[in-house]
Design a protein around this ligand. Structure first.
Ligand code: ZN
Length: 165
């Protein structure tokens, strides 16, 4: 827990959708189709922005994957599709054309991190008493930054006493 775990996948094209697709394949070994787009109006306001992320389940048939890829290509610019269709029920029939499917659920996306002061304190408590003291002595404080959301948590000497138990 002393060294942060960092995984890196090189960018392949600079196109965000292509690079995300490559990332999912290299890092998670999941075949993914990523289509992203932003539709900008003549006055430079954003008319629509969004995308599709389709990931193959293990053992997915190649011909079905090819059909989905072809369907997405035939849909045209994804930003235009999103502008005209706001719900998954409207877009799924175009993506899944010729493939049997059913919708298992729908959920709005949001940025959310599961970190908390207590959770990070529990991780710090795994360090030895000496290590906690060394960090506090060297830094003059015990502060942790969540690698996922960049939230900072600072712990007092009283907090550190509790971690040592
Ligand atoms: Zn976080």
């Amino acid at each position: 827990m002393k060294q942060p775990f960092i995984g890196r996948v090189p960018l392949v094209s600079g196109e965000i959708a292509e690079d995300l697709s490559q990332y999912f394949y290299m890092s998670e070994q999941v075949l993914s189709l990523v289509s992203l787009g932003v539709l900008v109006d003549t006055d430079l306001t954003i008319l629509a922005a969004g995308g599709l992320l389709i990931q193959a389940m293990p053992g997915a048939r190649e011909d079905l994957l090819a059909k989905l890829e072809n369907n997405v290509l035939n849909m045209g610019a994804i930003s235009e599709v999103i502008k005209n269709h706001k719900r998954i029920e409207d877009i799924a029939p175009q993506v899944m054309k010729g493939v049997e499917y059913y919708i298992t659920g729908e959920q709005n996306l949001q940025f959310k991190c599961n970190c908390s002061r207590e959770r990070l304190a529990a991780i710090l408590a795994q360090l030895s008493d000496e290590e906690l003291d060394e960090i506090y002595a060297a830094e003059g404080k015990l502060e942790v930054c969540c690698n996922f959301c960049n939230e900072f948590y600072e712990y007092t000497p009283d907090d550190i006493k509790i971690m040592k138990k």
